[in-house]
Design a protein around this ligand. Structure first.
Ligand code: NAD
Length: 499
């Protein structure tokens, strides 16, 4: 069986803690590798080495750091097939979807080529007599990222690109469920010219996460994952004096107005609800049709589309719509929530509970489910299911529909389908959710905008990528300067206007 490694100081390094986690092939249920789980001592040593490497990297001018990003773009494109294969083998998503995962990370690396532009400071000439004032953005030192299983290329790249191009060293603790792609990305960064030690990939679980949170050298922590862990990391990281941003779970609502194009809305719900087996933080998991006529017509359009979905392993070809979920535990949790929906009175219109795939009986495949008449007190409505399960909550009016999305504890993404500009504009203005789609079901912002949810979906002030990333991974220093020829008075004891 393959034994995976850490990536430390530019080399693959075996784990020394003696602890490992199994890495499964979710399509077959077989253990295909084991990944080392770092101890606090291993983590701390890698951070100390990163801190030493960081000084020279921070002194490298930003355009040279940008060139490393430029080379990285070429290398990721060169190795796209290899990355997608490694990703699908551990995660289970289809190859086209895995390429999309890599691509959306790659776009942030492209954005970081121009880091010099983002890092330019501000300057005021003659702010007072003979006085100039300027501010500069300096790297923090060592930053760390803790990432989830569901985008094993995109989310590590969202963090590596901005953190490194700002001149920081970066410690990545990827998900232990699909750790191979981050290791390949680290090799590619080395090939792109990143000095050894500046990027360390440390595999692990809670022990290494706690070691990151308690390490005094690490200045900032970026987390993406489930909300309970996000809250824990935010609390412990902040109380240890670190800059912390945590992005958590989701329950994304899509409102379908009576004037919407229902075929477009149904197609959008199929892709956004069942794509990647529903394991996306921007998946639509709640459909809110307005009016019973809209709801009935929508359900009628959804059923045949769901029945046509092709579920299978990524090796079965590119016409598979979605693959298995990530672990046996994830599958069990999804099916348990489906049972709770039935027990609590929701109508299971499409029942995927008996889904079996011949030849892959041990794989973690979950058939598609569609619920109608879901109410807000049900577990399937309140909890994130993270599986191919779409719940329909019927609303009588637009106000009732927007109220559901506003009152839910999560606020990652949301969408409205309508032809009416007034309604769309009102929705975008009032909704308390971080990312909003108007006739767009998965409104993931592009690299030069920022990504982040509200309420229990996001903790901290700044979002991921876009201009916020350059703020998160730098701190501002402001200098006031005057030369001896500009000094006209002796000791001054009072604060006063600079004129
Ligand atoms: P997870 O919270 O289980 O794990 C995320 C990371 O935290 C992993 O690296 C894991 O090793 C670590 N971790 C797990 N348990 C821990 C503990 N007790 N203490 C310290 N660290 C721990 O999440 P996941 O299952 O990998 O990913 C799915 C979740 O991520 C979903 O809730 C999804 O909505 C969310 N997600 C959110 C976004 C976003 O941008 N808001 C993006 C992707 C995924």
């Amino acid at each position: 069986m393959q034994e995976l490694t850490h990536w430390i100081n530019g080399k693959h390094v075996k784990g020394t803690s003696g602890r490992f986690a199994d890495v499964y092939n979710p399509a077959t249920g077989e253990v295909q590798a084991r990944v080392p789980l770092a101890s606090k001592a291993e983590l701390d040593a890698a951070v100390a080495d990163a801190a030493r490497a960081q000084a020279a990297w921070a002194a490298t001018n930003p355009q040279k750091r940008g060139r490393v990003m430029m080379a990285m773009v070429g290398l990721i494109n060169r190795d796209m097939d290899k990355l997608a294969e490694a990703l699908s083998r551990e995660h289970g998503k289809t190859i086209p979807d895995a390429k999309g995962d890599v691509q959306r990370g790659l776009e942030v690396i492209e954005y970081c080529i121009n880091a010099a532009q983002m890092l330019k400071g501000e300057f005021t000439d003659s702010a007072g007599p003979g006085i100039d004032m300027y501010s500069m953005r300096q790297p923090l030192g060592v930053a760390a990222g803790i990432t989830p299983f569901n985008f094993p290329a995109m989310i590590p790249l969202w963090k590596m690109g901005p953190a490194l191009s700002c001149g920081n060293a970066f410690i990545l603790k990827p998900s232990e469920r699909d750790p191979s792609v981050p290791l390949i990305l680290a090799e590619l960064f080395q090939e792109a010219g990143l000095p050894d030690g500046v990027l360390q990939v440390i595999n692990g679980d809670k022990e290494s996460v706690d070691a990151i949170l308690d390490n005094e050298v690490i200045q900032a922590v970026g987390f993406v994952g489930s909300t309970p862990i996000a809250e824990y990391i935010y609390g412990r990281g902040c109380s240890n004096g670190k800059r912390v941003q945590c992005f958590g779970g989701a329950k994304n609502h899509m409102i379908i107005m009576p004037d919407a194009d229902l075929d477009q809305a149904a197609d959008a719900l199929i892709g956004a609800g069942y794509g990647a087996a529903g394991e996306r933080c921007m998946a639509i998991s709640v459909a809110v049709p307005v009016g019973d006529a809209t709801a009935d017509a929508l359900i009628e359009k959804l059923i045949p589309r769901i029945e046509k979905l092709k579920v299978g392993p990524y090796t079965a070809g590119n016409d598979i719509d979605y693959g298995p979920v990530v672990t046996a535990a994830a599958k069990a949790n999804i099916l348990k929530l489906v049972e709770s929906g039935v027990a609590q009175g929701a109508k299971l219109v499409v029942d995927g509970r008996d889904f079996k795939l011949q030849g892959y009986e041990q794989g973690y495949f979950v058939g598609p489910h569609l619920f109608d008449h879901v109410t807000t007190d049900m577990d399937i409505y309140r909890k994130e299911i993270f599986g191919p399960v779409l719940s329909t909550v019927r609303a009588k009016t637009y106000e009732e529909a927007i109220g559901y999305a506003m009152d839910h504890e999560y606020g990652n993404g949301t969408a409205i389908f309508t032809r009416d500009g007034d309604t769309a504009r009102d929705f975008a203005a009032r909704i308390n959710v971080g990312m909003v789609g108007i006739n767009v079901p998965i409104p993931v912002p592009l690299a030069y905008h920022t990504f982040g949810g509200w309420k229990k979906s996001g903790f901290g002030d700044l979002n991921q990528h876009g201009p916020d990333a350059f703020r998160f991974y730098t701190r501002t220093k402001t200098v006031t300067s005057r030369w001896p020829s500009g000094i006209k008075e002796g000791a001054a004891f009072n604060f006063k206007a600079m004129d």
